[in-house]
Design a protein around this ligand. Structure first.
Ligand SMILES: Cc1ncc(COP(=O)(O)O)c(C=O)c1O
Length: 429
């Protein structure tokens, strides 16, 4: 295969699309053009094969092109597609499954992306509470819309400051989203107190995976729930990454804390487009899918057969096979293997993670909040990831990005990855 093909096609892509990619964060060096994906592997147009831990930012919990999911999707689209009226047998079946498994889900509605789901959750919380303001946490990501696109991967001098993520955002949306520090209940309480009677909801990733893996400290999630009831706000767990990946019932099931509303996406359909908003029936029935409901909910492609069949197949796999047991075991093997390598080579680094997710921070303590990550050696982090890529291990070559293990990864891939990590770290130090 020609070794210039990635560069040539990237140039061509730039002619027809700004930056040549279709999501900003995908524009990373090296610019690769992907043509194949299977199980734990992805391949570019030059025939370079990688063990994939990027997993398209998380959906692939079973692995790429997973045969059972693909078969179920093919079977579904051989008889059905999309109607734009009424509902379908598969939508009913899937809604039932989500309500059976996800603690917060007394009722659920389907949409197509995590951003749509968080948008709907926030609008619903505002309608229910008749309040405007929203609390989100520095570093968390909840999608691209104006309500939440601020204080994501902020520059260090912008932490907690007014930091909109985009030009063109509405000031009212930016300024009604208040920013707090993760794992700091006192900060949340002070913010609620200062904005008494004005906060509609607190939204959070129960594990902020958009900055790698920062675990909630004991009592933090429960403390937020208590504060929400004291101050009349709704608690929204954005489980777009954690849902189905960490457990079939989401991280809320593991933490034993049930939020008022929750958003789901990514791993729910193992790579096919699908997302959901779920929550207490008394709130969900405000949506105007219910006659008399006054909160708008719509979408041409909602409940499309492709995403619905893929979700049913993914959930069925989780119900009948030891998916979580497998990915958790390999996650643990990866984290302890990397930690051993660090100890052997005397490297100051912390391997963070949960279940199938892990991140190596080049800093010598466990981060608890976004500002701790200033101590991460970002330059080393990116160089390390680029070197791993040269060895066929694909981790997103950007600062603070997490890695994912799927049901298609085996001990063989973990062993190869650990070998590559040791080689790269020896080269780098
Ligand atoms: C926690 C979280 N919420 C929401 C979103 C937005 O989802 P989507 O990209 O499907 O709109 C993401 C995407 O990465 C996410 O990680």
């Amino acid at each position: 295969m020609e070794k210039t093909r990635n560069a040539e096609l990237y140039q061509e892509a730039n002619v027809y699309s700004p930056g040549g990619v279709h999501t900003s964060i995908r524009n990373v060096d090296p610019h690769l053009i992907f043509t194949k994906a299977e199980g734990a592997y992805m391949e570019d147009v030059e025939g370079n094969r990688f063990i994939d831990y990027q997993a398209a930012f998380g959906p692939f919990v079973l692995g790429h092109n997973y045969p059972f999911v693909n078969e179920q999707v093919k079977e579904a689209i051989s008889r059905t597609d999309l109607f734009g009226v009424g509902t379908t047998d598969m939508e009913i079946e899937l809604a039932k499954k989500v309500c059976e498994h996800v603690p917060a889900s007394e009722q659920v509605l389907f949409c197509n992306s995590g951003s749509e789901a968080t948008y709907h959750a926030i609008r619903l919380a505002r309608a229910v509470t008749e309040k405007k303001k929203l609390i989100k946490f520095q570093g968390c990501y909840h999608g691209w819309h104006d309500y939440v696109a601020r204080n994501m991967l902020s520059d260090w001098d912008k932490i907690g400051e007014r930091d909109p993520g985009s030009a063109g955002m509405m000031d009212e949306a930016i300024d009604n989203t208040l920013i707090c520090t993760f794992n700091d209940l006192a900060d949340v309480e002070e913010t609620l107190q200062k904005n008494k009677g004005e906060v509609a909801a607190i939204i959070l990733e129960p594990i902020p995976h958009n900055i790698g893996c920062i675990l909630p400290e004991d009592g933090f999630l429960q403390g937020l729930k208590t504060l929400c009831s004291e101050y009349g706000a709704l608690l929204i767990f954005d489980e777009v990454v954690t849902g189905f990946r960490h457990s079939i019932g989401g991280f809320q099931e593991i933490a034993g804390v049930t939020p008022d509303l929750t958003t789901l996406g990514k791993a729910m359909a193992n790579g096919y487009p699908m997302a959901a908003i779920a929550g207490k029936k008394e709130y969900m029935s405000r949506f105007n899918t219910q006659p008399g409901g006054d909160v708008w909910f719509a979408g041409t492609y909602n409940g499309h057969a492709v995403g619905t069949a893929a979700s049913l197949a993914t959930i069925e796999m989780m119900e009948k096979e030891p998916v979580h047991e497998h990915i958790f075991r390999l996650g643990e093997k990866m984290r302890s293997g990397i930690t051993e390598i660090h100890d052997m080579l005397n490297i100051d680094a912390f391997v963070a993670g949960f279940g199938s997710v892990w991140t190596t921070y080049f800093m010598d303590f466990q981060p608890k909040k976004y500002s701790d990550l200033e101590y991460n050696n970002g330059d080393l982090y990116v160089r390390y990831r680029k070197k791993l890529l040269e060895k066929g291990i694909f981790k997103m070559p950007m600062n603070m990005k997490r890695n994912h293990i799927s049901y298609s990864h085996t001990d063989k891939e973990i062993d190869l990855t650990l070998e590559a990590i040791e080689d790269v770290l020896r080269e780098l130090i």
